[in-house]
Design a protein around this ligand. Sequence first.
Ligand code: ADP
Ligand code: MG
Length: 271
Amino acid sequence: MNPTETKSLVLLHHHLKTLRLPTIAAECEKVASRAAADNADHLAYLLQLTELELLEREKRSAERRVKAARFPTIKTLETFDFAARPSVNKVLIAELMRCDYIDKKENILLVGNPGTGKSHLATALAAQACASGYRVRFYRTTELVTALIEARDERSFLRLKGNLAKLDLLVLDELGYVPASKVGAELLFDVISTAYERTSLIVTTNLPFESWTEVLGSERLTGATLDRLTHRCQIIETKGESYRLHDAKARTRRSTVKRPDQPVDDGPASR
Ligand code: ADP
Ligand code: MG
């Protein structure tokens, strides 16, 4: 490279830095030699570079959204065993992964016993929403109620409510594990009614509807909460036994099955 070329390159990198185009800066020389070898024209070269910058930007902002959502663990649909949970409609879940329910401000309610994959599905759906550009926050319901109670009377209460209002999707995991106090139940109702027709909710619960009064304390509040939550809502039931139990049983069964290199015992009939 002659001194003029070196100078241009230094200047180019400087401009790209000022313009905040780090991927173009990192890739421009490599793509330039490839473009020269392929006889690609200038516009094709520019198109390739801008595409790379855009892809990298989208990837980084999706990562930021996943971080901001604060998932306790990352779960994907690829690791969800639909055969083990026949009550969950695979086609419906695939449709929900397209996130149309968020645009329509609809809710998803996952109901079932502990260990039946409710949080797994909620996380997979919410992580997809992050990837598709939606603002998401995952809360254990008690964690959110506690945060609201502790922030009451303070400016931080309004800040927290403001942050919730900015979301496209709010996940309330494990609603009903601990009975809420009267104040807690009212705050939870306030979150659900504020979200109504504005922010989609994914709620997971082990409570059948008839037991919600025990948690929310009053018939009136339960009725009003369920009314808002279930209006325009997909209800997914994860029926059956805990997956951990199912998994443990399957492992035990596998370890008792004979390995192929062991002599085959055809049973008494072949003797
Ligand atoms: P819940 O929220 O209903 O109590 P989780 O979603 O936390 O249950 O599931 C418990 C554990 O079992 C998690 O590690 C989860 O990934 C796993 N799990 C549950 N159901 C399935 C499934 N159908 N396929 C694969 N893993 C599952
Ligand atoms: Mg759970």
